[in-house]
Structures are given as C-alpha cells and as structure tokens.
Design a protein around this ligand. Structure first.
Ligand SMILES: Cc1ncc(COP(=O)(O)O)c(C=O)c1O
Length: 472
C-alpha cells in the first residue's frame, strides 16, 4: 500500500489535514518528509562521528540472520511459511472488541495505568488465577507489556546482572540469547536431543528430551535464571509433568528464577496437555509466566503481552517498565480484556476459541505434514505451537555442496536454495541453536503451519512440482 516512509508520512498528513488536524501535528509530519528527502538526496547521513557509536552491549549480537531471509522472501515469488503469524482473520469477537475500543469511550485514546489497563489486569488475574491455582492480585502480580517480546526484555533487564548465568534450553526462541547478553549475563546452553522414534513412526517433538544429569550439571552458584518455553518454538515440544518437575526441582535446589514463555499455551494437539510450571508446588514464588495476546487471539499485530508472578519479582519488572515503555497502547489492551472476558464465559465449551482454534490448527498441521512427506521431507510431529521442524538429512546427503558462505551451516544454504528454486520459504533451525552446536543441528528447517487453506494449497502445488522433479 505504502511504498516508503515518506509516502506513509504524506498519506498521514493528507488524512490528518482532511480532518483539520492541529497545525503542530501537520508541521511535525512535514518535517519528517523534508528530513527524509534531504537524507536521500545526499545518499548518506550528513554528519559523521569519530567516536564509537554503538554501545558495547550490542557487541556480538548485531548479526541477525532473520534480516537476510526476510529480504529473500520479498525478492522471490514464494509461499512464505517462515515467520510465525496467521494469515487469516482473528475471531469476530476479537475484531469487534477492537472496533468497540476505537469507536467507544474516547478516553481509550489516552494513556492508561502504566502497568496495565485495569480491566485487562483484572481479567488476566482472574483467568490465570484459576488455571494456576493461585490468588493473583491484578495490581501487584500482573504487568502488561508490548507483546511477549516486551515481557521477555523487561524480565531480562530486571533480573539479569553482569556475570549472572542464564540457562537456555536449545533449540530456543532466538531472542533469549541476545537479551541475556544485553543484560550482561552469560548464556549457558543445554540441549534437547532427539531419540529415534519407534519403527515406522514419524519422529515427534516429544522424542526430543533433556538429559537430567546434563541439565543438573549446568546449574552453578552464578545461575540466576532458567528460561523455559512450552509449547516450544521451534520444535513444538510440550513439556510433560515429569520434565517440568525435574526443572522445578533444580530451580528450587539452586535458588533460581524460572522464566516460562507460554505464548503458545492454547495450541496443543493430539490430546496433549499444557502445564504451567508456576502451578507446580513451590514454583509460583520463583516463576515469571509470560503470555501473548497475539498468539492467543491470532492478533500478532496488536502486540499485547503480559507477565504474571510474585510481587517480590514483579516489582523489579515494574521499575524497568516505568523507565522504558511506561504505557502500552490502551485500545489494544481494552480489546484483549474484552476478548478474555468472552473466553472466560465460554471456557471449556465447544464455543470457546481456545477449544476451536487448536482443532482447526491441528488440521493445518496434518495437512502440511502430509504434503511435506510427499516431497521426501521428514517432519517431526509437533505436539503444540505454530511450527513444525523437518529433517532434511536426505537432501544433505544428496546435495551437500549447495552454494553458501564459507562455514555456513547446511540448513541455511538449503533454505536459500529452496526460496530461490522451489518458491518455498522456511527458517533454518540452526538459528535457534547456540553457535558451537550449530553444526550438529544443520539438517532441520522450520515451517509455520498456522496458515490459511489457500496458502497451504499454494504450498501443495509447489511441493507437488518438486516431487515430480525428484522423480524425473
Ligand atoms: C516463543 C515465543 N515467545 C515470544 C514471542 C513474541 O510474542 P509477541 O508477538 O507477543 O511479542 C514469540 C513470537 O514469535 C515466540 O515464538
């Protein structure tokens, strides 16, 4: 729709002028446009500085592999199964709640309480209080953030100090590592390893397990935080009660805070059950539970997230929040509050989105698995979440010399080749693995299956063509 930032500003100026916007707003937007024009006419920033510009906390984290895949996706004609967002509409009740927030009470256009719009913190407290079996106070045990990303960043900044160790279970949602580093912490990795499936069965994300002895060996007197993600991105692993008890026991034994990223909690398949580690005995007091309205209601653009936890931890998150973001968008919070209130009324019933959504998405998962298998790819069946990981070792054996930079892991070269030659975009799993271990996990790629039927059919066509080429 808009080609560049200048066009966006011009469009905004136009529409604001049409509505008799205040002169100062219009002037400010005009300034944006002329500054851009000046900048692009010279083709470089006007002033240069001899001083080092970037803060040292950015050292080692400025190389982000996502940038390259995002660029390739725009350059080639691809079916984009890389990034994790639904390409279908959110449920009607959520859209209506947002419309109501925008067109109803005009005060929703203004700042709200810094730590969360009160009706939202109230419903989060009552909804999750029941699920976690915990009395949750909306004022001291809930913080609303800009997405789960914001929740994670606030948490790391609040808890991790220079030299503190953070245990990260790999493969991991990739921002955990840079967020640890930016806070001055030291990531300590422990690996989920696959065990072979039973004869004739597809591998499952449940076959990827932690070795209890290895996990225990990662705890030290410097360990401050362990970060858990269930259902996990990228594997779709849903941790069992026994696995959570193992993690909980070690956190208690070593006096460690457990940060648990549960953004995909409603998406569990095949009768698996999501269990929040905060609900285990003795864990509420040392756990921060992170959620996302984006993943909950298929509204990733709203960027509403939250953290739940005991006040002794939350008060430090509030300090970071009030000195960084301070207020989150009010209308989006109001829409999430109303949607959660709706879900509370329908909870556990067939009419609930939290019942219907996983059923619909399991069908998408099964569709994608069948299709990938037909082209010789070997999916690892995810127990939950947005993604499935596919084993590409057969391709690694058949075409080990795909073009790429020097030591570039095979999965990264494969994804680039697939985007350019097969018109399908995925994400290499090595981006979710710590650098020293990437070579051991360079034969997996990640697809997002939370996609519309039309997208999945477009994928089928490309895979069908690929299959015919393989036969030829
Ligand atoms: C495991 C995990 N945590 C957090 C997030 C971020 O969620 P949000 O979009 O609410 O910031 C994502 C997004 O992909 C994710 O996969």
């Amino acid at each position: 729709m808009f080609r560049n930032a200048a066009a966006v500003s011009l469009q905004l100026v136009g529409s604001l002028q049409g509505r008799k916007a205040g002169a100062s707003v219009t002037r400010c937007l005009h300034q944006t446009v002329s500054a851009l024009t000046l900048h692009s006419a010279h083709g470089r920033p006007q002033r240069t500085m001899a001083k080092r510009l970037q803060a040292r906390r950015l050292d080692g984290i400025d190389d982000n592999p996502w940038v390259e895949y995002s660029r390739l996706v725009t350059e080639y004609d691809v079916v984009n199964l890389g990034q994790g967002f639904p390409d279908f509409p959110p449920p009607d009740f959520a859209v209506e709640a947002f419309q109501h927030a925008v067109s109803g009470d005009f005060m929703l256009n203004q700042y709200t309480r810094a730590f969360g719009y009160p009706p939202l913190t109230k419903i989060l407290a009552s909804f999750f209080g029941k699920l976690l079996g915990q009395e949750i106070d909306p004022l001291s045990n809930v913080l609303v953030t800009v997405g789960a990303y914001g929740a994670l960043f606030t948490t790391f900044q609040a808890l991790v100090d220079k030299g503190d160790e953070v245990i990260i279970i790999e493969p991991y949602f990739d921002c955990y590592e840079p967020m640890t580093l930016m806070a001055g912490g030291r990531p300590v990795f422990v690996t989920l390893r696959p065990s072979p499936p039973e004869d004739g069965k597809l591998e499952s994300s449940g076959d990827w397990r932690l070795d209890p002895t290895e996990l225990a060996s990662k705890f030290s007197p410097r360990t401050k935080v362990l970060i858990l993600n269930t259902p996990n991105n990228p594997l779709g692993k849903v941790y069992s009660r026994a696995e959570l008890e193992l993690v909980a026991g070690l956190c208690q034994q070593h006096d460690v805070v457990c940060v648990t990223d549960e953004v995909y909690q409603w998406l569990v398949f095949d009768g698996h059950q999501h269990i929040s580690i905060a609900s285990l005995p003795g864990m509420w007091d040392r756990t921060l539970t992170i959620g996302s309205a984006g993943k909950t209601f298929s509204t990733t653009g709203w960027k509403v997230g939250w953290v739940l936890g005991p006040d002794r931890l939350m008060k430090h998150l509030r300090t970071v929040h009030q000195n960084s973001i301070y207020h989150c968008p009010t209308q989006a919070q109001a829409a999430v509050a109303q949607s959660l209130e709706r879900e509370q009324q329908h909870f556990g019933r067939p009419s609930s989105y939290f019942v219907q959504f996983p059923q619909a998405i399991q069908r998408c998962r099964d569709h994608m698995m069948r299709s990938l298998q037909s082209a010789g790819l070997r999916p690892v069946v995810p127990q939950g979440g947005y993604f499935l990981v596919t084993d590409i070792s057969d391709f690694k054996n058949r075409m080990p010399n795909l073009p790429g930079d020097g030591d570039e892991p095979f999965d990264r070269r494969f994804v680039k080749w697939m985007i350019k030659n097969k018109g399908l975009a995925a994400i290499p799993v090595s981006v979710f693995i710590s650098a020293p271990h990437q070579k051991n996990f360079d034969h997996y790629i990640r697809f997002c299956f939370v996609k519309d039927e039309a997208t999945l059919q477009a994928m089928d066509k490309r895979l069908q063509k690929w299959k015919e080429e393989l036969r030829a």
